[in-house]
Design a binder for this molecule. Structure first.
Ligand SMILES: *Cc1c(COP(=O)(O)O)cnc(C)c1O
Length: 357
């Protein structure tokens, strides 16, 4: 099953590609982008690959006023034998539709958009970096473009896919990070939009994040909005706790973003025979486990860092160190196995990777 080959308008002059050690995150963009539009009468249409360029919108476009938008984030990896792999991209398409549903936006044809995404990457293959830890970050997003100030879902949308070569998340090797438990602000509330990748969820976290950064923490841990007790996420990552040999992660209650790395970690741990439970876990409980000496490892999961070990928490003025601020065995094994599969270095028994030809 393959979508039609999209119309391609190539750039006249290609950009100079940055060196792998200059990449950082989200600073450079490739030569082309994918665009497709929706209107209520005809549905999605006019798919095309065009030069990477600014988008012109009416100042009354719904996106500017009511924030009707969703996005996704995934990566393409270059293998040692020069193949390009995607990691579970079908799951990103599926999640994009879940986000669309929450934001009253029209669904996409998941298989078709994935095919377009592959065509774009295929054209931009030379932009997939090859150094250890680097990848091509893929950012599909949809914005509401109808010029109308009435409070109603837009009748017009634009889907765009842009690509950005990104550097290694761990240029100095994996270092467990210090996390501040956020007590003032909340990220999302049950019944809200926490389970969707939509813009407003992210700008609402900038203030807490910048305060924590100034205090020397790398991220904040978000508690539930109602009781300020149950753990939800860390920054824009899901979080796992290893307690007495069992791995625990907060259950998905609607305010937590269902990470694809989270899901993969759960499936992988189960395949290794390590018990995993998805349940409510409170911050008091984590501190108690630490007191008892039962808190063995804490790590975060997401596309950006894959596995990011937590070295310490601070909550109500009390700091605790986890595993002497060293990466734990399970965290290390998960990191090596997941990145090994993603980059084609080891076998992929789960059939999670897809090659871009
Ligand atoms: C994207 C995201 C994650 C991680 O999802 P992955 O699919 O694993 O990359 C976790 N939390 C939030 C808030 C996110 O936006």
């Amino acid at each position: 099953m393959s979508a039609t080959v999209v119309e391609v308008e190539k750039v006249e002059k290609m950009k100079n590609k940055p060196e792998d050690d200059q990449l950082g995150f989200g600073k450079y963009f490739t030569d082309h982008m994918f665009v497709m539009e929706y209107c209520d009468e005809t549905g999605w249409g006019n798919p095309r690959i065009s030069p990477y360029e600014p988008i012109t919108l009416d100042p009354a476009a719904v996106i500017f006023h009511y924030g009707q938008t969703v996005f996704e984030g995934l990566k393409a990896y270059r293998t040692n034998d020069e193949r390009i792999l995607l990691f579970r991209p079908d799951m990103n398409m599926k999640r994009m539709n879940k986000s669309c549903e929450r934001l009253s936006m029209p669904p996409i044809d998941e298989a078709e958009v994935l095919d377009y995404l592959k065509q774009l990457i295929s054209l931009e293959k030379d932009w997939v970096p090859s150094s250890e830890g680097t990848s091509l970050y893929i950012r599909p997003f949809i914005i509401a473009t109808e010029p109308f100030l009435g409070l109603a879902p837009s009748k017009q949308y634009k889907l765009v896919i842009i690509l950005s070569p990104v550097g290694s998340y761990y240029p100095q090797g994996i270092q467990p990070v210090d996390i501040k438990v956020e007590e003032q602000y909340t990220r999302a509330v049950r019944g809200g939009t926490g389970m969707a990748k939509t813009a407003g969820n992210y700008c609402a976290t900038f203030n807490a994040q910048s305060t924590a950064s100034k205090q020397g923490f790398s991220q904040v841990l978000w508690l539930d909005a109602i009781e300020k007790k149950y753990i939800e996420e860390v920054g824009t990552s899901n979080v796992f706790f290893k307690v007495n040999g069992e791995v625990i992660t907060p259950e998905l209650t609607g305010s937590i973003l269902p990470g694809i790395t989270r899901m993969s970690v759960i499936e992988m741990l189960r395949s290794w025979g390590i018990p995993v439970s998805e349940r409510k876990i409170s911050i008091d409980e984590v501190y108690e486990y630490h007191q008892e000496g039962a808190l063995e490892e804490v790590f975060c999961t997401g596309t950006a860092a894959v596995i990011s070990p937590v070295g310490a928490f601070e909550w109500r003025g009390t700091s605790i160190n986890i595993n002497d601020k060293q990466i734990g065995d399970v965290s290390r094994r998960l990191y090596d196995t997941l990145t090994g599969i993603q980059t084609g270095k080891i076998a992929d028994p789960f059939h999670w990777t897809t090659e871009v030809k």
